[in-house]
Design a binder for this molecule. Structure first.
Ligand code: CA2
Length: 147
């Protein structure tokens, strides 16, 4: 019997409110929709998904530590605003040996200057931004090809 490889999908602060506000930037898709997209795409590649959302930086760091201990096959992370502020999340991701894909719903380079810098990108395998929920589907496909 073979066990399916597991990937972790992390969504950071405020992303649990997707679909309720600012549809001109983030669209109408909810976090539950995005989680469904990830699960469906993962299943196509024979992978299972562990989902976590938190607005707490420490909880995100701990989820990354658990993923390392559990030898997770890959991580997709939309760190939300922590993308632009968190050395702690970057340091945690820098310990991950599995591939890490940074994802953004919006094109952060088309937005305010403070969103142009990401602490995550320098330790990520790849970055996908600006494609709405499709960013997540592509991230699962990208992970599948790196596992
Ligand atoms: O585009 C992305 O995915 C972001 O990571 C989203 C973050 C933002 O701080 C990053 O610069 C880019 C913000 C997520 C906020 O989510 C909302 C959800 C519903 C209504 C308003 C914001």
């Amino acid at each position: 019997m073979t066990t399916e490889a597991e990937i972790l999908v992390i969504n950071g602060p405020n992303l649990d409110r997707l679909g309720t506000r600012q549809p001109e930037i983030y669209g109408h898709t909810t976090l539950a929709d995005i989680e469904g997209i990830c699960r469906d795409e993962a299943a196509l590649h024979g992978l299972t998904c562990r989902m976590m959302q938190s607005s707490d930086e420490g909880e995100i760091v701990q989820a990354i530590h658990r993923a390392i201990d559990d030898k997770i096959a890959g991580i997709i992370i939309n760190a939300g605003a922590y993308t632009h502020t968190s050395v702690a999340i970057r340091d945690a991701l820098s310990m991950v040996e599995a591939p890490v894909i940074e994802v953004h719903i919006s094109n952060i380079y088309k937005r305010e200057e403070f969103r142009h810098h990401s602490y995550i990108s320098g330790v990520a395998t790849g970055v996908i931004a600006g494609l709405g929920p499709v960013s997540y589907r592509l991230a699962v496909t990208a992970l599948a090809s790196h596992i």
